[in-house]
Design a protein around this ligand. Structure first.
Ligand SMILES: Cc1ncc(COP(=O)(O)O)c(C=O)c1O
Length: 484
C-alpha cells in the first residue's frame, strides 16, 4: 500500500526541464515569463497553479470580471478567485470600507470588536439552522471552519464517526483531507495518511455519471440515483455488521453528515433533487447532525443565498467562507445554539480569526449580496449564460451535459452523448486554448472532463458574450483536432 503511494508520488513529481518547457510554451508575454521563472525559483513546486494550468497567468490587476496579466493581456475571469471575488474584483464599495477600516483598527487577536459582532448578528439572521436560535464561530479558512464544525459535532454528540460523500471537497488540512474524496492527493500525505480520522463515505447521487450505473430504459436519471442512495443507507443502517452499529434502535456512532449541497471541486455537479432532504430525514431519524458545507455554494453563488435554500433544508450547522470576507480571508460556522453552547471558554482560538478588516469587508459584502434584487439579477444573468451554452451545445457535440443554478455552472465533455464516455484529453486541450485566447476557469471532474465556471456574480452580459465567443472558437478547434 505504502509502495503504491511512493510510486504515485514519483509519477506526480515535476522536473526543472518540465518547468522550463511550460514557461517556454506558455502563451504569455516576456514580462509574465520572467515573473514565472522568478516565481518557480522562489515558491514550492507543489502549487495548485501548476496542477490547474500548464502555467497560470501572472495577474497584476483586475477589474470586476476581467484579469490583466503582467504584459497587459486581458482574461475573462471565470474563476473569481474560487468564488472569493464573488462581488467582482476590486469592488469599489468594499475597497472603500477596507481603506477606512485600515485607518481605525486592523486586528485585535481573536477578541471582540464592533465589526465582528455586527457580522455574527447578521450571519445569525441570514443563515437558516434547524431548531431556531443559533451561534456563530469564526475561523480564517474554509478548512479551518470545517475542522471546527467537526470538532463541535463530536464534542456535542460524544460520537466519533463522520459520514461524507465520495467526491466531496472540504479542505486539505490533515483532518479535512480525510473528508475530501480526492484520492490522488493522499499520496502527498505520505507516510502519515489521513486514514484514522473516523470518516465513512457514501456515493454522491451524480445523475449524469451515476455511481449506481445507468437506470433501466425509461427511468429518470435523477430519481434512479436518489432511490439507489436511499437503498444504500437503509442497507448499511440496518445491517447487523454495520460499521455505524445498530442505528435503528437509535444507537449509532455517527456524529454528523458533512456534505457539500452541490459538489464544487469535483466539477460543479448538481446532485439528484431531494439529496439534502434525504440526508435531513436520516439525520432526524437517527439523531445525527447535518453539517452543510456552503463554502463554495453559499452567499449567492447558486442564485439563492444558500444552496440548501433550493431544497428548503435547515442544517444543524452551516459552514461558510470564500466570499464571506469580501475578498479577505474569513470563515464561519453558524450552528444550533445548543451545540455551540456545549463548549466552555477557550475551546477554540485562532490568532487570525475574525480579523477586523475582513469582518468590516464582510459586513459590506453581506449588505451587497442581500440587497433588494441582487439575487434576482444573479439568476437572470446565470440563465442568460446557460442559454448561451445550451445554444453552443447544439453546435458542439463535445458538450454532453450542462448543469447550472445561478452563477454555478458545470459543463461536462463527452466523446459520445449516448455512452457519455468522458473526454478528458479534449477538455485539457480546450482549457489550454482558452487561456491562450484570454479566459480562465477550472477543469475538474471525477473523469477530468468537467469545467467549473465560477464568474463573479457581477459579471457583465458583454463579458458573458465574450466568454461564449471564446468557447465557440475553441470547441470548434477541439472538434477539428480530435475528429468530431
Ligand atoms: C466546498 C469547500 N469546502 C472547503 C474548502 C476549503 O477551503 P480553504 O481552501 O479555504 O481551506 C473549499 C475550497 O475550495 C471548498 O470548495
Amino acid at each position: 500500500m505504502m509502495d503504491d503511494y511512493l510510486a504515485q508520488r514519483k509519477r506526480m513529481q515535476i522536473s526543472q526541464a518540465e518547468i522550463d518547457r511550460r514557461i517556454a510554451d506558455a502563451p504569455f508575454g516576456p514580462t509574465s515569463k520572467k515573473w514565472a521563472s522568478r516565481w518557480l525559483s522562489a515558491e514550492s513546486w507543489g502549487q495548485v497553479g501548476l496542477a490547474l494550468f500548464d502555467l497560470p497567468p501572472i495577474v497584476e490587476r483586475a477589474e470586476n470580471d476581467l484579469l490583466i496579466d503582467a504584459d497587459g493581456k486581458e482574461y475573462v475571469d471565470l474563476l473569481a478567485g474560487f468564488s472569493v471575488s464573488s462581488l467582482g474584483q476590486c469592488n469599489k464599495e468594499i475597497a472603500e470600507v477596507i481603506r477606512n477600516q485600515a485607518g481605525t483598527l486592523v486586528h485585535y487577536f481573536d477578541l471582540p470588536h464592533p465589526e465582528r459582532i455586527k457580522l455574527a448578528e447578521r450571519l445569525k439572521e441570514i443563515s437558516p439552522t434547524a431548531g431556531g436560535d443559533s451561534r456563530v464561530l469564526f475561523g480564517v479558512t474554509g478548512a479551518d471552519a470545517i475542522e471546527l464544525a467537526v470538532r463541535a459535532a463530536r464534542f456535542y454528540t460524544g460520537r466519533p464517526m463522520i459520514l461524507t460523500a465520495f467526491g466531496d471537497y472540504h479542505g486539505v488540512t490533515y483532518s479535512t483531507m480525510a473528508l475530501t474524496g480526492k484520492g490522488g492527493m493522499w499520496a502527498y500525505f505520505y507516510p502519515v495518511l489521513p486514514h484514522c480520522e473516523g470518516v465513512g463515505y457514501f456515493p454522491f447521487p451524480y445523475p449524469y455519471q451515476s455511481p449506481f450505473g445507468r437506470p433501466p430504459a425509461g427511468e429518470d436519471d435523477q430519481a434512479w440515483c436518489l432511490d439507489r442512495l436511499r437503498d444504500y443507507f437503509e442497507y448499511y443502517f440496518r445491517s447487523k455488521e454495520s460499521p455505524y452499529r445498530e442505528v435503528k434502535g437509535g444507537i449509532t456512532n455517527v456524529a454528523a453528515f458533512v456534505v457539500e449541497p452541490f459538489q464544487s471541486s469535483a466539477g460543479y455537479i448538481l446532485p439528484s433533487a431531494g439529496y439534502l432532504k434525504l440526508l435531513r430525514r436520516l439525520a432526524d431519524e437517527y439523531g445525527i447532525l447535518l453539517i452543510v458545507d456552503e463554502i463554495q455554494t453559499g452567499l449567492g453563488r447558486t442564485g439563492k443565498l444558500w444552496a440548501s435554500d433550493w431544497e428548503d433544508v435547515r442544517p444543524d450547522m452551516l459552514v461558510t467562507s470564500k466570499a464571506l470576507g469580501g475578498g479577505l480571508p474569513l470563515s464561519a460556522v453558524v450552528a444550533r445554539a445548543d451545540i455551540l453552547e456545549a463548549w466552555g471558554p477557550g475551546a477554540h482560538v485562532s490568532t487570525q480569526a475574525g480579523n477586523v478588516l475582513a469582518c468590516a469587508a464582510g459586513n459590506k459584502a453581506l449588505e451587497l449580496l442581500t440587497a433588494n434584487g441582487f439575487l434576482d439579477k444573479v439568476r437572470a444573468d446565470g440563465a442568460y449564460f446557460e442559454a448561451g451554452l445550451t445554444a453552443l451545445a447544439k453546435k458542439h457535440p463535445l458538450i454532453g451535459h450542462i448543469n447550472a443554478r445561478g452563477m454555478y455552472i458545470g459543463l461536462e465533455l463527452v466523446r459520445n452523448r449516448d455512452t457519455r464516455e468522458p473526454a478528458p484529453d479534449e477538455a485539457g486541450f480546450i482549457l489550454k486554448e482558452c487561456v491562450r485566447e484570454g479566459m480562465v476557469f477550472e477543469k475538474g471532474g471525477y473523469f477530468h472532463n468537467r469545467f467549473q465556471l465560477i464568474p463573479p456574480l457581477t459579471i457583465r452580459r458583454s463579458t458573458i458574450d465574450r466568454a461564449l465567443g471564446i468557447f465557440d472558437r475553441v470547441f470548434a478547434a477541439a472538434e477539428r483536432k480530435f475528429g468530431r
